[in-house]
Design a protein. Structure first.
Ligand code: PLP
Length: 476
């Protein structure tokens, strides 16, 4: 969570040592791990339980963002640990290109029993990025199989993040993560339309419906300009996460998108790696987008394994499966660790806890409390431009002028200052892409465990406000 940029932000040398977890435990020269930063070692986590993570220094931190919106049922859940152990004692690995396992079948059944929204098959992988690459390949192969090989283009959105593998990065628009690889590794058959970013995109006096219609119109024009018969898929996060800071779509947007995709025979790929698995208050985030909305392919990750195992998935609509069946009946894609038995056991146990404890409903209910608490406290502060999100997935955008929405200069690194101050107060929050990454406006993301206690939620809001106060004082 703490990058080198963060430790460069006004932290005293002794605190810097503690934050970095050095304190005689690890130093840069002694580590052979290639950390993202080559100039500092991130803090060392030694244990994690419930809503807390403990560092080598003894510092215990409230996990206000479940890592990167991952540990949805908290850490150290004994039922998940038991399920993993049991699976390990039965089959820890088998080559799942050639074989299947009862646990992979059970996980797919748990998620897809009754073919919700026409989704009928799950392809399990080990990360959100792999899920996105798999979805892109499945989409392209679908058209090859049904005799439309001229479809070679993809349309994505600004402020999108779909992962760091080459395919997933190609449909992302994270400026700093793409920069070194442009013209070398990322695909150039991708074009972009506006994000559903009401705070900066909705015009003065424009209604939600008008804004929605304008965005759909823009997508239509994009399809027209590249030739709709050349487009494989439109890719979107129902609630935009890492790069966008929890932006939701205006009413009717996804219904309009679905209609356009149907009109031109373009596939709709919804990326729910971050916003799915119940995080927004429904199991699938798109379920709140109105009747008739469904994806042809849907990606999952993060919360699927809840952090107990690296897990991702593509869920495929029966239409896509039928397409492949009408051709080669073989998905030309595989990974050594696809549908890994232990990963599937962890994910299955997480899904069972979610269902048994009614945690998706709690996410919706507690989310309403959380929204109100954020708006009533930090939402009133002078550098808070916008609070947005759904369920237990909230982004707070900071600006230096609320009236003009003028962002802070990148050199100020507002986001990192706040993350740093929160960490000092034993709270972990997620640093969204900010002005330092080439985007207007800094933001942080809050994504606590669905089963955090009421007291822990109160603490989160209090510590966040205290951290903000410290940054405001420093900036003034
Ligand atoms: N898609 C979305 C929406 C994400 O937020 C992320 C990661 O943040 C990914 C895909 C990539 O997932 P992973 O980091 O597991 O590869």
């Amino acid at each position: 969570m703490v990058s080198d940029t963060q430790t460069q932000t006004g932290t005293s040398p002794s605190e810097k040592k503690e934050i970095n977890g050095t304190n005689g435990q690890l130093d840069l020269e002694a580590s052979h791990v290639l950390h993202n930063s080559l100039i500092s070692i991130p803090p060392t986590v030694v244990s994690a339980e419930g809503s807390y993570v403990t560092f080598g220094t003894g510092r215990r931190v409230l996990d206000g963002c479940t890592g990167a919106a991952v540990a949805i049922i908290g850490h150290g859940n004994p039922e998940v640990l038991a399920a993993v152990q049991e699976q390990m004692s039965k089959v820890s690995y088998t080559h799942t290109v050639a074989f299947t396992t009862p646990v992979a079948e059970a996980l797919a059944n748990e998620i897809l029993q009754g073919n919700p929204h026409g989704l009928s098959r799950a392809f399990f992988v080990s990360s959100g990025s792999e899920a996105m690459d798999s979805a892109l390949k499945l989409a392209r192969q679908y058209y090859v199989e049904i005799g439309q090989p001229q479809r070679t283009r993809l349309v994505s959105r600004q402020r999108a993040y779909h992962g760091n593998t080459v395919g997933a990065l190609s449909v992302s628009s994270h400026v700093s993560r793409r920069a070194p690889f442009l013209d070398a590794l990322v695909l150039n058959n991708v074009s972009y339309v506006s994000a559903t970013y009401a705070y900066r995109g909705q015009l003065e006096g424009e209604s939600e419906e008008e804004y929605s219609a304008r965005l759909v119109q823009e997508l239509d024009e994009q399809f027209q300009s590249v030739g709709p018969e050349t487009v494989i898929a439109f890719v979107a996060e129902p609630v935009g996460g890492a790069t966008a800071g929890c932006i939701t779509a205006p009413k009717g947007y996804y219904q309009g998108v679905r209609r356009l995709c149907d009109r031109y025979g373009i596939l709709l790929i919804l990326d729910e790696v971050m916003c799915g698995s119940g995080r927004t208050g429904t199991y699938f985030a798109f379920e709140q987008e109105g009747p008739g909305v469904y994806p042809d392919l849907l990606t999952m990750g993060k919360g699927l394994g809840g952090g107990y195992a690296p897990m991702g998935a593509v869920l495929a609509h029966e239409k896509v499966i039928r397409g492949l069946q009408s051709g080669s009946s073989y998905f030309v894609h595989s990974h050594t660790y696809q549908a890994h038995a232990v990963g599937c056991a962890a994910a299955l146990a997480v899904q069972k806890v979610l269902r048994r404890d009614g945690l998706v409903a709690r996410c919706a209910a507690k989310g309403r409390w959380f929204e109100a608490a954020l708006n009533a406290t930090i939402g009133q502060r002078k550098y808070v431009g916008n609070i947005r999100g759904r369920g237990l997935f909230w982004g707070i955008e900071f600006v230096q002028n609320r009236a003009t929405k003028e962002p802070f200069p990148p050199a100020l690194r507002f986001t990192w200052k706040l993350v740093d101050e929160a960490f000092r107060r034993h709270l972990s929050i997620y640093p969204g892409a900010g002005t330092a990454d080439g985007f207007k406006g800094d933001h942080v993301i809050l994504a606590p465990p669905y089963n955090a206690s009421d007291d822990e939620f109160e603490d989160l809001v209090r510590l966040l406000n205290e951290a903000y106060d410290a940054v405001e004082t420093e900036v003034d």
